[in-house]
Write a protein that binds this ligand. Structure first.
Ligand SMILES: Nc1ncnc2c1ncn2[C@@H]1O[C@H](COP(=O)(O)OP(=O)(O)OP(=O)(O)O)[C@@H](O)[C@H]1O
Length: 225
């Protein structure tokens, strides 16, 4: 589903973050990207989503080389992804319902169909009773769940989450991880960047670990606290 072939990445005037890394993420995988601060976890997620381009090498999403996509095709690729970033990127002047409806309206889905899908997404993350709430009135964990509802409302086949539990306490972190696991269990491929793997309890996952410009892949394992 996601294939990296000999991918190298360096930002202008910086040292390499990765040199010639190759790995596959298969449909239905639940993958953690780990590594120290500054190792390149966020960059790896941005490469997967086509937000950054590699310095060299190939990245294939469903057998399509994203480096060779026509610029007009990029928005269609992005729709396959649900992106959850640590700073939420929620719109604070719109209520929860409208935040989740936004990706649908960009795709031209409005009215009753949109409302049905927005409420289904809010229900999945346990926020159906908060549809009129403004994001600022929600707790950190609720804001993160709202960001997840917005990421999944377009029914993406891949959810990419960058430190989705950052700043949350252990209970809220576990809720977020269980929520992402629940999407994974119905077939969504999930890739999560996380520096503190101790937060992941009893969840089977594969690991891509970034260290010294290389990425090692570890097979599925179950973390126990
Ligand atoms: N757009 C950019 N232009 C130039 N350098 C960048 C850019 N984005 C990130 N970097 C640099 O690349 C390196 C890796 O950043 P990245 O955010 O991918 O790491 P990370 O592993 O996610 O770190 P953290 O755990 O602290 O979030 C850092 O040194 C960062 O300053």
């Amino acid at each position: 589903m996601i294939v990296f072939k000999n991918v190298s990445m360096r930002y202008p005037n910086s040292a390499h973050l990765f040199r010639q890394v190759s790995f596959n993420i298969d449909k239905g995988d639940f993958v953690l990207v780990t590594g120290h601060s500054g190792a390149g976890k966020s960059t790896l997620l941005k490469l997967m989503a086509g937000i950054e381009a590699p310095s060299s090498g190939q990245i294939l999403i469903n057998q399509q080389d994203i480096g060779k996509l026509h610029p007009n095709a990029v928005p269609y690729l992005r729709r396959r992804f649900g992106l959850v970033f640590q700073d939420h990127k929620l719109l604070y002047d719109r209520n929860s319902f409208d935040n989740v409806a936004l990706p649908l309206s960009i795709q031209g889905i409005t009215g009753e169909e949109a409302a049905r899908r927005v409420r289904a997404a809010l229900d999945k993350v346990g926020l159906l009773n908060k549809e009129k709430a403004m994001p600022i009135t929600l707790s950190g964990g609720e804001q993160q769940r709202l960001a997840i509802a917005r990421a999944v409302v377009s029914r993406p086949s891949i959810v990419i989450a960058d430190e989705p539990t950052g700043g949350l306490d252990q209970t809220a972190s576990l809720e977020i991880m269980q929520l992402l696991k629940a999407f994974n269990e119905v077939g969504v491929t999930v890739v999560i960047a996380m520096h503190d793997v101790a937060q992941v309890s009893s969840i089977a996952y594969r690991t891509l670990h970034i260290d010294h410009q290389t990425i090692s892949t570890l097979p599925a394992q179950t973390a126990m606290l």
